[in-house]
Design a protein around this ligand. Structure first.
Ligand code: 6GU
Length: 234
């Protein structure tokens, strides 16, 4: 998979993409992440990327020309018709595990980082194919949101995580929050690991985990519990 990111602050991505799972995935050639500076696609002496809003009001608006030129130049390199061109903006559809799974199916994706002051509407209308928000709060720019999207998508690429099954029990992957996890020691400060987990009875363990995941979801996120596929018994 190749992910192209267009933004105003490419240096923000250096350290987060050079650690842990994303770093390993890049080194193993499972994903290529290319970060572009929108400013490199300007032609004036001051490398201007924004301008005052027509009609007045506070805040600057990102100009269309550098964004169109950047996207069109990168599109030529990746040569892929169905490439989603995604604007990161608080006005987008909410990013969920379902959306991450959908993006992970693509060979290429392009992420365009907006800034909260806004992007010229013609970019949205004639260039962008999808708009994503990572939650109902305002960030100063789409860069952090793009990192969140890249992290959630990259870990779904086959081969990135150690075991092909390792994300099946993640919170949200089955519509429920994850069950409680324990590791050694068996007793810590007099607090014991639930006996069922030491029983070796895999059927009982699976049942207990499912029950815990359901209880935890009902208590913490009743909104999710409503949408989960629970059996009559559950
Ligand atoms: Cl994608 N961008 C900005 N600027 N703020 C956000 C966001 C994105 N998602 C939530 N808040």
């Amino acid at each position: 998979m190749r992910i192209d990111i267009l933004c105003l602050f490419p240096e923000m991505f250096v350290s987060p993409f050079d650690c842990s799972i994303i770093k390993r995935a890049r080194e193993r050639g499972l994903v290529e992440v290319v970060v572009h500076n929108i400013r490199d696609y300007t032609h004036d002496k001051h490398r201007t990327v924004d301008d005052y809003a027509y009609g007045g009001g506070p805040g600057m608006v990102l100009k269309p020309e550098p964004i169109f030129e950047a996207v069109e130049s990168i599109k030529k390199q990746v040569d892929y018709g169905g490439l989603p061109i995604i604007l990161l903006t608080p006005q987008g559809r909410l990013f969920t595990q379902q959306v991450a799974r959908e993006l992970a199916l693509h060979q290429n994706i392009m992420l365009v980082c907006g800034h909260y002051e806004g992007v010229d509407e013609r970019v949205r209308e004639h260039l962008i194919t999808d708009e994503i928000s990572i939650g109902d709060y305002v960030l100063s720019g789409g860069e952090l949101a793009a990192m969140v999207v890249v992290d959630a998508v990259v870990r779904l690429i086959p081969g990135v995580l150690g075991s092909p099954l390792s994300f099946h029990s993640d919170s949200h992957s089955n519509g429920l929050l994850e069950y409680p996890q324990y590791t050694r020691p068996e007793v810590y400060r007099s607090w014991s690991v639930p006996a069922v987990l030491l029983s070796g009875n895999h059927g009982e363990i699976a049942r207990w985990r499912r029950q815990q995941a359901i209880l935890r979801t009902l208590k913490r996120r009743p909104d999710l519990a409503k949408q989960a596929n629970l059996s009559t018994e559950e």
